[in-house]
Write a protein that binds this ligand. Structure first.
Ligand code: NAG
Ligand code: NAG
Ligand code: NAG
Ligand code: NAG
Length: 308
């Protein structure tokens, strides 16, 4: 009897040890996975990442009907064999790439990135400009720089349809409409509401991350890269850093986020803060670049200054 009692106690003790071990392993696993989900450069563990990703053929995904003319009935039919995508990063400064950029069939720029004063590094032609709803004012405020040029660019505005949609009839839409009547030599488009949803779905498919649930916004860079892939057979990107750049040790030296704002925020600080941000309207710049790295192989994209 006694022996059995001891035996039972021993068994119970053994069970406790096993429970304890299981508990410890579970705790470690939870800690480990929450740690790795805080990781900066890959918000997902590699395994999950590859499972969640579904590739989309962007050449088939494209549709000209996704761009609505603001005035008149122009259609977005631009197709180029070679494109230069000039980013707004200060990595373009000092590159002397201006002449090469200007020799490219189509030149794509973003938001209110100017050419005046920076021609030797960024060139002076613009074929298409992609503008965020939040940058509309900065663009229309300087018509001589952005709208009244000898080469009239197409301008594509992206944003929530509640702000820039044709049915919105809000201040922003009325402003875009008035400007497009004034500068009728330019072609102004807004990304249609259904195309906006497609951009979200594409982000989710390519990253496994729900844009809205992760409380982030797509960046103008995301829209610009996708639109460039739609319209160009070959793309050379100027001034975009690779996804791993800001995680290097020692940390890269301070570089302004925008080439035209030398006293503006630092590029890596901006990228890292946005990538970490869990509340509010953050951009997932680094996650986006991980996707751009994959797209490079599929769509004839090369990166220069720096090269990837
Ligand atoms: C639409 O385009 C056609 C030619 O493609 C033209 O005849 C017509 O006047 C245009 N309508 C408007 C409102 O611009
Ligand atoms: C800019 O434009 C002018 C003509 O409009 C041209 O002569 C010049 O070479 C262009 N490129 C640069 C890099 O300034
Ligand atoms: C565009 O620029 C020319 C001079 O280069 C000027 O005469 C014209 O008034 C401008 N147009 C608008 C709508 O500002
Ligand atoms: C890549 O470039 C080549 C040569 O310009 C072209 O024939 C091919 O269609 C391009 N591929 C894609 C996916 O655009």
């Amino acid at each position: 009897m006694r022996l059995r009692f001891v035996d039972k106690q021993w068994q119970q003790g053994q069970r406790m040890v096993i429970y304890g071990a299981v508990f410890l392993i579970m705790t470690l696993l939870i800690l480990y996975s929450s740690n790795s989900s805080n990781e900066l450069y890959s918000p997902f563990r590699d395994k999950d990442f590859h499972h969640a990703v579904k590739h989309t053929n962007l050449k088939k995904w494209a549709g000209k009907e996704g761009y609505l003319p603001v005035y008149g009935n122009k259609s977005m039919t631009l197709h180029c064999h070679r494109c230069a995508l000039v980013t707004s990063s200060s990595h373009v400064l000092g590159t002397q790439a201006g002449e090469e950029i200007d020799r490219t069939e189509c030149v794509i720029r973003m938001n209110d990135a100017p050419t005046s004063g920076y021609e030797s590094d960024v060139g002076n032609r613009t074929s298409v400009r992609i503008v965020a709803h939040s940058s509309v004012f900065r663009v229309v405020r300087k018509p001589a720089e952005f709208l009244n040029r000898s080469e009239s660019p197409a301008i594509i505005f992206w944003g929530p349809s509640s702000k820039i949609g044709r049915d919105a009839k809000g201040t922003l839409y009325r402003l875009i409409h008035r400007v497009s009547m004034t500068f009728s030599n330019l072609a102004f488009f807004v990304v249609s509401p259904s195309k906006m949803l497609k951009f979200d779905t594409l982000f989710q498919k390519e990253t496994g991350q729900d844009r809205k649930k992760s409380q982030s916004w797509l960046s103008t860079g995301w829209f610009t890269m996708v639109i460039a892939i739609e319209m160009c057979d070959n793309i050379k990107v100027y001034g975009m850093v690779p996804p791993s750049h800001c995680g290097k040790h020692p940390q890269p030296k301070r570089m302004p986020y925008h080439y035209y704002k030398p006293r503006g925020p630092d590029e890596c600080i901006t990228y890292l803060q946005n990538e970490r941000g869990r509340r509010g309207s953050h951009h997932r710049f680094i996650t986006e670049k991980q996707v751009f790295a994959r797209w490079a192989k599929m769509y004839n994209i090369t990166y220069t200054n720096p090269t990837w």
